[in-house]
Design a protein around this ligand. Structure first.
Ligand code: PGA
Length: 251
């Protein structure tokens, strides 16, 4: 089955409202002719509404970088799913390695958020990936399996089919050390086999698996050329419209 490529820009903690508006305008212009790729930008929360206005009528979708699983109440500093819905958000990044490393994100927490995002009819982008020492110890597959089983606990096949996974080897994030296309393909194929075991081959074949970690215009084509690499989650290169375009439309 052919899966549509999905390229998402994770702006992380970058861009003021004014800078976000300018970048979103540039991205929308650069990719305006693109039809065969789903393009998503994920600005910081403070820019979501402003960027949603810029993207109206464009072919660029809006994503958020996280959400809290509770619906409302005394959760200082958190953002609810209905707040994201009111900003026209369609995608939510969950379980990124930075919140996992710095802010106590666990698979259990991600699982609760996945359910909230799916219940709202939005698409979770669920991030998994191993640390350098885990790769060196040969436990990459085990680490990804634990994360995926945890994040998908009690998620039905029908719902799982609506999710996106981002395989992001932590040693490749922001380091300029990209996984080789073969390394990426090996883990993506493993993840798809795992999903087929957890659900069924039809469900597994529907789930788009992005690669993330130092993806740039000069390595995107080869990575995206691999059978099970269905897109990219882009950090650094998503902050410059021309570079982002170079990944969406690799030369
Ligand atoms: P990078 O980040 O492209 O800067 O390596 C990817 C990510 O963290 O999603």
């Amino acid at each position: 089955m052919s899966r549509k490529v999905i390229i998402a820009g994770n702006w992380k903690m970058n861009k003021t409202v004014e800078e976000s508006i300018a970048l979103a305008q540039d991205v929308a212009k650069e990719v305006s002719s693109v039809q065969d790729v789903t393009v998503v930008v994920c600005p910081p929360y403070t820019s979501l509404y402003a960027v949603s206005q810029v993207l109206k009528g464009s072919n660029v979708k809006l994503g958020a970088q996280d959400v809290y699983f509770e619906t409302a109440g005394a959760y200082t500093g958190k953002i609810s799913i209905s707040m994201l819905q009111s900003c026209n958000v369609e995608y939510v990044i969950l379980g990124h390695s930075e919140p996992r490393q710095f802010f106590g994100e666990t698979d259990e927490l991600v699982n609760k958020k996945v359910k909230v995002v799916l219940a709202a009819g939005m698409t979770p982008i669920i991030c998994v990936g191993e640390l350098l020492e885990e790769r060196e110890a040969g436990t990459t597959e085990k680490v990804c399996e634990t994360q995926i089983r945890g994040c998908y606990a009690d998620v039905s096949a029908a719902d799982a089919a609506k999710t996106v996974i981002a395989y992001e080897p932590v040693w490749a994030i922001g380091t300029g050390k990209v996984a080789t296309p073969e390394q990426a393909q090996d883990v993506h194929a493993y993840i798809r086999k795992l999903l087929a075991d957890m659900y069924d081959t039809d469900t597994a074949s529907k789930i788009q698996i992005q690669y993330g970690g130092s993806m740039k215009p000069d390595n995107a084509k080869e990575l995206l050329g691999k059978e099970d690499v269905d897109g990219g989650l882009i950090g650094g290169a998503s902050l410059v419209a021309e570079q982002f375009k170079g990944i969406v439309i690799p030369a």
